[in-house]
Design a protein around this ligand. Structure first.
Ligand code: MIC
Ligand code: SF4
Length: 649
């Protein structure tokens, strides 16, 4: 068991209860929370439903960064609700245009040694500054704002030992892509990645944050760097020296597994369509035609990244067959680039400047043409996430992206023939917090603005003792929450569950067949319960609790899979859906859509045993016993039996 690690030290300082044994549930105190608008609207509605008058954390920040297109009134309705509910409950508010939650949080609020819970899966970006920063569903974040501890499985710690330093044109992004090629996106539930070793000192905080950000794609609980002189310099440059504390693992720290990465040997890499772990060296892709390049997202849009891009573009021209779009991560970055003239170099090279926000990363604009390659500095390339069916999205570093933009083909940036612009660390970032409204306590007199597109969180009844289930859908491996609840053009429906539920599993809808939502509603209306069958690594990717709420709304009571990812599994519990596992992997092949799955004496079966027996009845009457497992704690069982966390408050 990991001893003397940074993770262990932070957990110890925030420990509330539970057994410190890997896999066992422990509760920790949460110092800070963050929400973003696409998950935050529901989180604050839940906070209201729990009748919490004021947040109890040291700091809670509400960001608006995802839903910024304002095509129709929904987005702005959400913004007004978020701004007013923040003022009422004592939450700091970062206005649309101020930047992506993770980038702004790192710049203005993150602090080493603190715990941060965020309703976004890339919250571990904060690990770059030595925070224990964890992504969770909105309801878990609402509970943390209410002062409740957060429950997590006591983690195993994977130590990543870094040695050497990165060569020119080889980037922090390539480090995390390399790690993804080793650990892949599945099988890492319950682990934390902790970086250590002599190579750490060579990486600046923004570079570390790129690595911890995309650590989310590994499916780990979080990733973390020590807090050292580089952290101190970053905080000083942000005018926040008082937040600094040194934090490192003991010399004899024990990790559950150690992976060594020699930074000098890292080469430019890409994650190929359509998973962040399909890694290839750029040299293998070199020469392939690229139609679009986008630089931005919470992974790679820091001042350092964009300054490097600006200096590479300076005096050059993006060829007409390529479009280059750039979305700075925060207003701080954009304002600095505009004041020092680098923005002019970017514009002169032919780049299209996008608003600071998530934008194309979550399918808000810039969908690529069909049958063309899009190269992005983002963290996710799940099929269709760009908004184009059959898309070919490659994830790369800003170094590789700018090389592709200038040449129109995949190009190893080391062969570009341009001197690598070494970007010096910034001594003084430009500090302008005038789009941040800092909370000065709760104010119950504030009127909460609730326009008609904002609904209530749906209510669920207690879990029936006998579940007469019907398999409404059977899906394969690595089903992401983007498959379950698509974003893109549907993102604006996040605060309207009846409307959003209609597009559940939309990518699996076959022409001429009823959709998942129609099938599930028919099962529900016939007095039965819906069951979802998945295979390995079900619920990868985002933290969106809508991937549990919408199925719940449609009458789903159980998900049966070989493995379910951490955040999604917690969201299922929070909304009263049973996460169950096949005891015998072969049973996955025997079960089909339309089969009945019957669970009797469910309440008694759940506790204390971890085995649940069910019966499968095929439409032709054939029947067989199905052995299932669960990993629920006594507290999880209590929540599920009640029909979800909102019924427990
Ligand atoms: C994402 O990158 O998929 C998102 C959009 O940021 C999500 C949150 C959401 O679905 O609103 C995430 O990563 O949790
Ligand atoms: Fe926004 Fe993309 Fe980051 Fe998610 S991954 S928070 S959509 S920039």
């Amino acid at each position: 068991m990991a001893k003397g690690t940074v993770v262990q030290k932070i957990i110890d300082r925030h420990y509330v209860g539970g057994e410190k044994v890997p896999g066992s549930p422990v509760s920790i105190r949460i110092d800070q929370t963050l929400t973003q608008d696409a998950t935050g609207t529901m989180a604050y509605l839940e906070l209201e439903a729990m009748r919490v008058p004021a947040v109890k954390t040291e700091l809670s920040v509400s960001y608006v960064d995802h839903n910024m297109m304002q095509n129709g009134p929904e987005n702005r309705n959400d913004h007004l609700y978020l701004q007013s509910v923040a003022a009422a409950k004592g939450v700091t508010f970062s206005a649309p245009g101020n930047g992506i939650c993770h980038q702004v949080h790192l710049e203005r609020f993150g602090a080493p040694g603190k715990t941060l819970l965020g309703s976004d899966s890339h919250t571990p970006t904060g690990g770059g500054i030595g925070m224990m920063a964890i992504g969770a569903g909105g309801l878990d974040v609402a509970l943390a704002m209410a002062g409740k501890p957060f429950r997590l499985a006591y983690p195993k710690v994977i130590g990543v030992k870094l040695t050497g330093r990165l060569a020119p044109w080889c980037a922090a992004k390539d480090v995390i892509l390399h790690l993804l090629s080793i650990l892949t996106t599945k099988g890492n539930v319950g682990c934390v990645v902790e970086y250590f070793g002599p190579g750490v000192a060579s990486l600046s905080v923004p570079q570390r944050a790129t690595i911890t950000n995309m650590g989310a794609e590994l499916g780990v609980t979080t990733s973390i760097f020590p807090s050292d002189e580089a952290t101190k310099r970053f905080l000083e440059a942000q005018g926040r020296a008082e937040c600094y504390q040194e934090l490192s693992a003991d010399a004899d720290a024990e990790y559950d597994r150690v992976i060594e990465i020699e930074l000098d040997r890292i080469v430019p890499l890409a994650a190929c369509p359509s998973s962040p772990d399909q890694i290839k060296p750029i040299s293998e892709l070199a020469g392939r035609k690229v139609g679009q390049v986008i630089i931005g997202s919470c992974t790679n849009s820091s001042y350092r990244d964009l300054a490097m891009v600006a200096q590479t573009l300076k005096g050059r021209r993006v060829p007409p067959q390529v479009t280059l779009a750039i979305a700075p991560g925060s207003r701080q970055v954009l304002e600095m680039l505009s004041r020092n003239g680098m923005l002019a170099d970017i514009i002169a090279a032919g780049a299209r400047i996008l608003e600071t926000g998530c934008g194309p990363c979550i399918g808000q604009g810039q969908s690529p043409a069909q049958d063309t390659i899009t190269v992005r500095t983002f963290n996710r390339n799940f099929a269709g996430r760009t908004g184009t069916k059959g898309d070919q999205a490659y994830l790369v570093s800003p170094e590789t992206a700018v090389a592709a933009a200038l040449t129109g083909v995949f190009t190893d940036p080391r062969t570009l023939g341009v001197a690598y612009p070494e970007i010096a660390e910034v001594d003084h970032f430009l500090i302008n917090d005038n789009m941040i409204t800092r909370a000065a306590g709760a104010d119950p007199s504030v009127e909460i603005i609730r326009k008609p597109t904002i609904g209530e969180p749906p209510v669920n009844g207690p879990l029936p003792d006998r579940i007469d289930g019907t398999v409404v859908i059977k899906v394969g491996d690595k089903i992401t929450t983007d498959h379950i609840m698509p974003a893109g053009i549907h993102l604006k429906l996040r605060s309207n569950i009846p409307a959003y539920a209609k597009v559940a599993f939309e990518c699996f809808t076959e022409p001429g067949r009823p959709s998942f939502a129609e099938r599930a509603a028919a099962v529900r209306d016939a007095g039965r319960c819906g069951v979802i069958v998945g295979r390995d690594s079900y619920g990868q990717g985002s933290s969106r609790e809508h991937a549990a709420i919408c199925p719940m709304y449609l009458g789903v009571k159980a998900v049966i899979a070989l493995a379910i990812e951490r955040i999604h599994s917690a969201n299922l519990v929070n909304f009263g859906i049973l996460p169950l596992f096949f005891a015998n992997a072969g049973d996955y092949d025997r079960i089909d859509e339309g089969d009945s799955v019957i669970l009797e004496n469910t309440h008694q079966q759940l506790a204390p045993e971890k085995t649940v027996m069910a019966r499968v009845v095929k439409p032709n009457g054939e029947e067989w016993p199905l052995e299932l497992k669960h990993r629920l704690s006594a507290e999880d069982i209590r929540i599920i039996l009640a029909g979800g966390m909102l019924n427990c408050q």
